[in-house]
Design a protein around this ligand. Structure first.
Ligand code: AMP
Length: 175
């Protein structure tokens, strides 16, 4: 089995979670398999290097974006910026409200987390409507950074998140 098909086989569908009508893509079987997790990060790293080039930071969105984004940052040898849910960051911060496939939320970053002019890749486990990734991009731009690209393990392409983020995402598995 090739790498992407192996990864696809380790993503579990959970119907009607967390709300009726949502088909939740559960990446935990992929994460707990050492080879699959390692392959996932290596493949995503290759895609980012070929499509985006040099970056200064990976910004990961709480919570699954921390898993993918921090591993990716480590692999790429760059810093990691956590975008956290409301009320979790201890220092001065900026916030943005957004909607996702199944609800509303707020994310925040520390106001000194994105040096002006730095190139930031936004990473998460999955792109659905694009609301979350767009909110993260807004935070980066408010702080004077440049969004170099968006990287996901999974792209739910029917939800057309690429329209909201304004570019085709980097991804490994498309549904
Ligand atoms: P969106 O903002 O609509 O692109 O939603 C993306 C965010 O919500 C990501 O952080 C995902 O982890 C989560 N998410 C949205 N839809 C799903 C889904 N069907 N399965 C798993 N996670 C999802």
């Amino acid at each position: 089995m090739d790498v992407k098909n192996d990864l696809r086989s380790k993503i579990r569908d959970i119907p009607d979670y967390p709300k009726p009508g949502i088909l939740f893509k559960d990446i935990t079987p992929m994460l707990s398999d050492a080879k699959s997790f390692s392959d996932c990060i290596s493949e995503l790293c290759k895609e980012v290097e070929s499509k985006v080039g040099t970056i200064d930071y990976v910004l990961g969105i709480e919570a699954r974006g921390f898993i993918i984004g921090s591993a990716l940052a480590y692999k790429m040898g760059v810093g990691f910026i956590p975008a956290r849910k409301k009320g979790k960051l201890p220092y001065k911060k900026i916030s943005v409200d957004y909607t996702i496939e199944y609800g509303k939320d707020t994310i925040e970053v520390h106001e000194d987390s994105v040096p002006k002019g730095s190139r930031v890749l936004i990473a998460d486990d999955l792109l659905a409507t694009g609301g979350t990734a767009k909110a993260a991009a807004t935070l980066v731009e408010k702080l004077g950074g440049t969004v170099s690209g968006f990287a996901f393990v999974i792209w739910l392409s029917q939800l057309e998140g690429e329209k909201l983020i304004g570019s085709d995402p980097i991804y490994l598995i498309k549904y």
